[in-house]
Design a protein around this ligand. Structure first.
Ligand code: CAA
Length: 260
């Protein structure tokens, strides 16, 4: 796939794993419209690239992202906000099919936390702090915070985080089920890459349909969710990788998955 020049992010391809690094360190990776546009565009391109099987989104040691860009929003009106494309980008991220791992260190606040929660797994450094401080500037989370954080933490803890604006530690986030794992500060990116590389060895269609069914559990009542899962399960019986996986098991050899 042709290289694209980005201004606010860095991208890297490591075998089947693509890495998108937010790169506005001077603003603690505040999510300007331009940065979010680049993140979304890069993820969509990798999602379409057959050679890529998993994606990692990361920031730097000091900040994953400290939220939406407050300087950009300070003088915007309600109608301008509603008419703008900014929040539409989040819908595009929600539609990505491949697994995305957030590798988080330092501040993971506001829209930053919402971006991490839009990913499928979160690997965090001990230093990471997860919060929704919007209340301190007269607004509320607008990219899924009230919904996704509540699903993860439960009502009482989500209320505390959102109404006080006080962040929680990586360990608290892990104990509450918000994140996948907490690792020593120096290891967060390597651990995220390793997790992405491990998932990349799995049959891609099964990975994508598993992700799809898990995400549906947030939208559907249990009975419809079970039906939805069953249909994805049936669908995989049409894949070459299912034949290969089962044949390899029976023949006691390693499977070779092709994503077909
Ligand atoms: N938007 C724009 N700029 C930001 C920013 C943000 N969200 N967060 C940090 N910055 C900028 C600062 O303005 C500062 O820039 P200057 O050097 O030009 O002054 C630079 O990044 C470094 O930040 P600080 O000097 O403030 O660093 P600190 O270590 O003293 O504090 C912090 C760190 C506690 C994270 C603090 O920067 C902070 O509170 N940031 C804002 C957090 C926030 O409110 N996020 C929610 C935004 S709203 C949102 O996200 C809405 C949504 O749901 C979509």
């Amino acid at each position: 796939m042709a290289a694209v020049a980005y201004e606010h992010i860095l991208t890297e391809i490591d075998g089947p794993v693509a890495i998108v690094r937010l790169n506005r360190p001077q603003a603690l990776n505040a999510l300007s419209g331009a940065l979010m546009d680049e993140v979304t565009t890069a993820l969509e391109r990798f999602d379409r690239d057959d050679a890529i099987r998993a994606m990692v989104v990361t920031g730097n040691e000091r900040a994953f992202a400290a939220g939406a860009d407050i300087k950009e929003m300070a003088n915007v009106g309600a109608i301008e906000m509603q008419q703008g494309t900014k929040l539409g980008q989040w819908e595009r991220i929600r539609k990505l099919r491949k697994p995305i791992i957030a590798a988080v260190s330092g501040f993971c606040l506001g829209g930053g936390n919402e971006l991490a929660m839009s990913c499928d797994l979160i690997v965090a450094a001990e230093s990471a702090r997860f919060g929704q401080p919007e209340i301190n500037i007269g607004i509320i989370p607008g990219a899924g915070g009230t919904q996704r954080l509540t699903h993860a933490l439960g009502k009482a803890r989500a209320m505390e985080v959102i109404l006080t604006g006080r962040p929680i530690t990586a360990r608290e986030a892990w104990e509450a089920g918000l994140i996948t794992k907490v690792v020593p500060n120096e290891a967060y990116l390597d651990e995220a890459r390793a997790l992405a590389a491990e998932i990349a060895t799995k049959p891609p269609l099964a990975v994508q349909l598993a992700k799809d069914a898990i995400l549906k559990s947030f939208d559907l009542p249990i009975e419809q969710g079970l039906d939805y899962e069953r249909k994805n399960f049936y669908l995989l019986f049409a894949s070459d990788d299912m034949r290969e996986g089962m044949a390899a098991f029976i023949e006691k050899r390693k499977p070779t998955f092709k994503g077909k």
